[in-house]
Write a protein that binds this ligand. Structure first.
Ligand SMILES: Nc1ncnc2c1ncn2[C@@H]1O[C@H](COP(=O)(O)OP(=O)(O)OP(=O)(O)O)[C@@H](O)[C@H]1O
Ligand SMILES: [Mg+2]
Length: 500
């Protein structure tokens, strides 16, 4: 599916690559035409063939020089005389006079007694050898062979000039349009390939980019419609990936803020219900209790069976009224939870404070309470009174769970972890009790969820409300296999002054 942004990108790419290429094609055509006009003309062709001719003549001249030398040698009266005399020394002398005459490497005469050689040292790398020989009719001197030295440079230059002339002639004879067409065609194929590769590359990267932007766009629409489960794969490490990561973080934050607000709203509804319930139950309780007491006091002790029944009924009424009164107290304290007023405080100091208060509770329950205090300097914004209620609730819950399960050495360890990545501190409460059943995890923080006969199920709900009001989170660590582990996570205060 091609999208609007894709089309724009591709069009821009095609235009930006094709326009300069067409312009350069035009310029190249012009340049080729002009240079062919300048380079391929009759004058140059003539001068080139002239120079080849000069070289040819020169080489011919060298050859005829060799011929002349050979006949001079053949006709030499001195040589004939020396041969006649069969005097090798004289022959050699004659040859030496000849060897100095022109560029000769060596002259050898085959005598009836064997070969006779005269040499003249010559640099082989500069001079090529050309051998000429003639037979002699003399019985003593039978054959002469001469090795001439011909300058290599001359023959090489001649070959080069001949080759250049040939190429130039071919170019000159070829029709100019044909040449232009060939150059332009090669150039056009080359440019066409560049256009195809660059457009293909451009489309590839553009599609990749727009696809991710399109996904991000759809995700943004989803979030606008209230779907906060949506997250987008960044698909790389570029600026778009950064944008997508920021989007994901933003949705995370919206989600947690929404959850926090929803929870606090739910708790405030339950607080209102608790307030009304407490009010409605509280009022009739005292008259019920008084009426039961009165009945007991006014009883005339004539009928012992009725007396016993009356005593039992009054005890039941009083016990139930007592339970109801405790419920009313719990409900009203839940309903009247005060607003928190936090101040910056050291986590270690706060926990030391909690330790001294909770020592008595621990002693009473025969519980080992172990605090692992962190290094000083971890500052959080705390309402210490309210946060102590959270710590108290968590430790009480652990103590109650362990007492209910008859754990032999009940203990709670409170340890602190700094979460540097999120600038938070985690306070962990780990016990060695029976733990929480996985199916109870989702309901733990719901108001009135309890597994205890005498519980109201408000402890964790109140704790969560307090922690959320501190901009923190409370959760049960389900990785803990041995006992239960509740974690309170609070944001660290980096700049103390800001919060004061
Ligand atoms: N440390 C723990 N170990 C095992 N179960 C726990 C622990 N803490 C809480 N629970 C479970 O969570 C439930 C809810 O706890 P919560 O403190 O909200 O209420 P409660 O303790 O039952 O009643 P209340 O605190 O109002 O007296 C408990 O009934 C218990 O089942
Ligand atoms: Mg509790």
């Amino acid at each position: 599916m091609i999208k609007r942004l894709d089309v724009k990108f591709v069009l821009t790419l095609v235009i930006t690559s094709v326009v300069p290429i067409l312009a350069s094609l035009y310029l190249v055509t012009e340049a080729v035409q002009t240079s062919l006009g300048v380079g391929l003309n009759r004058d140059i062709a003539n001068s080139l063939s002239q120079s080849v001719k000069i070289y040819k003549d020169y080489i011919e001249e060298i050859k005829s020089g060799h011929d002349r030398f050979m006949s001079a040698l053949e006709d030499s009266a001195r040589l004939q005389y020396a041969c006649q005399a069969q005097d090798e020394r004289q022959i050699k002398q004659v040859l030496r006079t000849f060897i100095r005459a022109t560029q000769i490497k060596e002259i050898s005469v085959t005598l009836s007694t064997g070969p006779l050689l005269v040499q003249y040292p010559m640099d082989d790398s500069r001079y090529r050898s050309v051998t000429r020989s003639i037979p002699l009719t003399h019985p003593f001197c039978r054959h002469i062979e001469v090795v001439f030295g011909v300058n290599r440079e001359i023959t090489a230059n001649f070959k080069q000039a001949a080759h250049s002339t040939e190429t130039y002639d071919a170019l000159y004879r070829a029709p100019r349009d044909y040449l232009t067409q060939r150059v332009i065609m090669i150039y056009a194929i080359f440019l066409g390939l560049i256009v195809i590769i660059s457009v293909w590359q451009g489309v590839f990267w553009t599609r990749r980019l727009t696809r991710r932007l399109h996904t991000l766009n759809l995700a943004t629409k989803d979030v606008t419609h209230g779907n906060l489960d949506v997250r987008v794969d960044p698909g790389g490490q570029d600026e778009v990936a950064e944008l997508i990561n920021s989007f994901n973080t933003m949705v995370d934050e919206i989600e947690s803020t929404r959850a926090r607000i929803q929870y606090l709203q739910k708790i405030s509804t339950w607080q209102e219900i608790a307030r009304r319930l407490a009010h409605e139950i509280k009022n009739p309780l005292t008259p019920i209790q008084l009426a039961a007491q009165q009945l007991k006091n006014k009883y005339d002790a004539n009928d012992p069976r009725f007396g016993r029944l009356l005593d039992q009924s009054v005890d039941i009424i009083e016990e139930e009224v007592h339970t109801l009164k405790r419920l009313v107290t719990d409900f009203s304290s839940f309903a009247k939870l005060p607003q928190i007023s936090p101040i910056p405080m050291d986590v270690g100091e706060f926990l030391r404070d909690c330790e001294s208060t909770l020592e008595i509770v621990a002693e009473k329950q025969d519980l080992t309470l172990l605090f692992e205090f962190p290094e000083p300097g971890l500052i959080v914004s705390l309402d210490s009174m309210m946060m102590k209620r959270v710590v108290d609730n968590l430790i009480r819950n652990a103590a109650e769970a362990m007492a209910g399960a008859d754990v032999s050495h009940p203990s709670v360890v409170v340890r602190v972890e700094e979460l540097a990545q999120t600038d938070e501190v985690a306070i962990r409460f780990e016990d060695n009790g029976p733990g929480v059943l996985p199916e109870h995890h989702p309901s733990l923080f719901e108001p009135y969820f309890t597994t205890k006969e005498e519980g109201t199920g408000l402890g964790l709900a109140i704790s969560k409300k307090i922690v959320l009001e501190h901009n923190g989170v409370i959760w049960i660590d389900d990785r803990q296999t041995d006992g239960a582990c509740f974690v309170v996570q609070l944001p660290l205060v980096k700049d103390k002054k800001k919060l004061k």
